[in-house]
Write a protein that binds this ligand. Structure first.
Ligand SMILES: Cc1cc2nc3c(=O)[nH]c(=O)nc-3n(C[C@H](O)[C@H](O)[C@H](O)COP(=O)(O)O)c2cc1C
Length: 179
């Protein structure tokens, strides 16, 4: 089973990338493709630019990686209560290939932040619109106060309750992706 996992962030030290990577390890035997959003950098979307240059390769490559996966784990970084500009921009470009960007794939949506809010606002947005964009959402988990529940040395979440929530989400994704 191929799992595409990524943080919807372009930060080199993205905690959402760390969370997505850890969650993917909870699916035994999965072949994990850890996507780096920085490999899909794009100019700011506009219809004028689209008319000029069409769909850029970086957007198509991103769309194709979702298409090649059996399941997707995305962890959303929250900037001012919403998606990072980089994710929104990439998503807008990809949606011009097909608005169902997630292409019907089983998906787990995560979100984390250093604070107690756990990026719950952006996660709520992602959950609310999942079906419009072709995500077969199996679970969504917000992780609060990331640095207190994560061991950067081992790359593992240390809080048993958080591990339990993530394991349940990973199981839901694996069952569906294996089916
Ligand atoms: C411009 C900006 C806006 C932010 N807004 C929020 C916010 O609304 N809610 C929140 O919980 N954290 C906010 N943060 C803090 C982020 O949660 C934190 O930088 C986190 O590390 C981002 O995830 P990442 O490391 O995966 O990029 C913001 C950070 C930046 C730089």
């Amino acid at each position: 089973m191929k799992i595409l996992a990524f943080g919807a962030s372009t930060s080199a030290r993205s905690i959402n990338t760390s969370l997505a990577r850890f969650a993917a390890t909870l699916i035994p035997g999965a072949e994990v493709d850890l996507l780096d959003l920085r490999d899909h950098a794009l100019p700011i979307f506009s219809e004028d630019l689209e008319n000029e240059i069409g769909v850029p390769e970086a957007a198509r490559a991103f769309f194709d990686k979702i298409g090649a996966a059996d399941g997707v784990i995305v962890s959303f970084a929250e900037h001012n209560g919403a998606y990072t500009a980089a994710w929104k921009n990439l998503f807008d470009w990809a949606s011009r290939i097909d608005p169902k960007v997630f292409q019907g794939k089983p998906a787990v949506f995560l979100a984390t932040s250093p604070g107690p809010g756990g990026a719950a606002s952006v996660l709520a947005s992602a959950k609310g619109s999942a079906r419009f964009f072709g995500a077969d959402l199996k679970a969504a988990v917000s992780v609060a106060s990331f640095h207190t529940v994560f061991d950067a040395e081992t790359g593992r979440i240390t809080d048993p309750a958080v591990v339990a929530d993530l394991t349940e989400a990973a199981d839901a994704l694996a069952q569906r992706a294996f089916a």
